[in-house]
Design a protein around this ligand. Structure first.
Ligand SMILES: CC(=O)N[C@H]1[C@@H](OP(=O)(O)OP(=O)(O)OC[C@H]2O[C@@H](n3ccc(=O)[nH]c3=O)[C@H](O)[C@@H]2O)O[C@H](CO)[C@@H](O)[C@@H]1O
Ligand SMILES: C=C(OP(=O)(O)O)C(=O)O
Length: 424
């Protein structure tokens, strides 16, 4: 097990560079098998999800090589193989192999995906989409078996019951090579969807409307990567460092961001009193000052991201007065961090899935557990604010999505160490 050890209470300052977006990367790696030629991805974050996806590629005889921030994937000798279990369970995004294998081979056998424990995460909309394209989908022994009809997948009009990121991406991957036109209505609008569409369009796909709620795809025969693709910056990682800077920063400059992707987040933290200067692709967060309490309700993009409700919580704890309210409409059960924060002395509770936050003048270090990635990010910030030593167990969950986090925190002056300890 990985453990993160923090000696907190020390103001942090300096510069931090944001990596490529986890949620783009984990879609683009599976999407790479749609190409008949080698793919180069630039700006790839050093995160555990990437290592696990590379292992899954190798199970299909797809070679990959990751140097610095460049990931080269060669799908020229790909062998269609089932991906029943193992690494599939280590991350959510392994479900993108359903759409990608379907688009490339017209069939897929993929184990039920894993990922963060943040409440129920059904995939009915993904399956509805595959079926609309003509595929037969069976769920047998925790495996999804998908087969196209003899004459291949055909375009269809699909209305999603909710703007699901995963379903939108999976349907795009399955339909890029289907015959005719596919229309996805009520599609998710997240920037990572535009990134996927740009990547596939540069390989010859015809996808229009990504970033709006209606995406149109004209099927093409084959895709060939010709130019390297640079992954967009991770808006969730950026938001996490903004929260950290607002809580315990003594002037922190956050580089490699797309400000527009953070609009609703920045509006909220600025309303709380965090002072930020934005330049072209960086933000300077002024030393932490007095903060006002706020209310947050998460929603789909461009609303306040569910993935930022936990990282922003320490900022609410830092407010001077009042009662804060956090309602996660996307994952109402994403509340595992609350009990852990309470162990650190936070005045915070949950009533009917509504998180109620009260100002907490001081947090104290103790042993806590990162139940999932963003709970881990929240506890990491709390640990940096707290007096004394914080030990975060299950810190591997943080490494699922935070690029070179120990290095970045140390550059800001943090006393932090990640170590391996035997499982008890
Ligand atoms: C790898 C990745 O990109 N993960 C992100 C992606 O997850 P993921 O793609 O799994 O999340 P979705 O956008 O699909 O989920 C949104 C909501 O729709 C529901 N739903 C979704 C699909 C479905 O078939 N049926 C259904 O009911 C979910 O339970 C949830 O309440 O978007 C989430 C919401 O922004 C983020 O928290 C995750 O970080
Ligand atoms: C929930 C998340 O990730 P995943 O969908 O990969 O589990 C997240 O990044 O916050």
């Amino acid at each position: 097990m990985k453990q993160m050890i923090i000696h907190g209470g020390k103001p942090l300052q300096g510069d931090v560079w944001i990596g490529g977006a986890k949620n783009s990367t984990v879609a683009l790696i599976p999407a790479s098998i749609l190409s008949r030629t080698p793919v180069t991805l630039e700006g790839v974050p050093r995160i555990a999800d990437v290592d696990n996806l590379m292992d899954l590629l190798s199970e299909m005889s797809v070679a990959s090589d990751f140097q610095n921030t460049t990931l080269r994937i060669n799908p020229e000798h790909i062998k269609m193989s089932p991906l029943p279990s193992g690494k599939i369970k280590s991350l959510r995004a392994s479900y993108y192999f359903m759409g990608a294998l379907l688009g490339r081979f017209g069939k897929a056998v993929v184990g039920f995906p894993g990922g963060d424990d943040i409440g129920p995460r059904p995939i009915d909309q993904h399956i509805k989409g595959f079926e609309a394209l003509g595929a037969c989908v069976k769920n047998e022994n925790d495996q999804i078996k998908i087969t196209s009809p003899a004459d291949g997948l055909h375009g269809a009009k699909i209305h999603l019951a909710m703007p699901s990121v995963g379903a939108t991406m999976n349907i795009i991957m399955a339909s890029v090579t289907a015959k005719g036109q596919t229309i996805i209505d009520n599609a998710a609008k997240e920037p990572e969807i535009i990134d996927l569409a740009t990547f596939l369009n540069n390989m010859g796909a015809v996808i229009r409307g990504a970033g709006t709620d209606s995406i149109r795809i004209e099927g093409v025969e084959r895709l060939e990567a010709k130019t390297p693709h640079t992954i967009i910056p991770d808006r969730i990682e950026a938001g996490t460092y903004i929260s950290l800077a607002g809580c315990i920063g003594n002037g922190i400059c956050i580089h490699n961001i797309i400000e527009e992707h953070l609009d609703s987040y920045l509006a909220k933290v600025e309303e709380m009193g965090v002072v930020i200067d934005a330049t072209e692709d960086s933000l300077y967060v002024y030393p932490a000052g007095d903060l006002k309490m706020t209310q947050i309700r998460t929603s789909s993009y461009p609303g306040f991201a569910t993935d930022l409700q936990q990282p922003v919580t320490p900022l609410l704890l830092s407010a001077k007065s009042g009662e804060g309210v956090i309602i996660d409409q996307i994952y109402p059960k994403r509340i595992g961090h609350i009990e852990q924060l309470r162990k650190m002395g936070a005045d915070i509770k949950v009533e009917d899935n509504i998180i109620l936050v009260h100002p907490t003048a001081k947090l104290h270090g103790t042993t806590v557990s990162a139940g999932e990635i963003r709970a881990g990010a929240c506890l990491m910030i709390a640990g940096l604010m707290a007096d004394g030593k914080t030990v975060i167990n299950n810190a591997g969950n943080i490494l699922r999505g935070y690029d070179r986090v120990q290095e970045k925190l140390r550059l800001l002056g943090a006393n932090v160490k990640i170590q391996d300890v035997p499982e008890k």
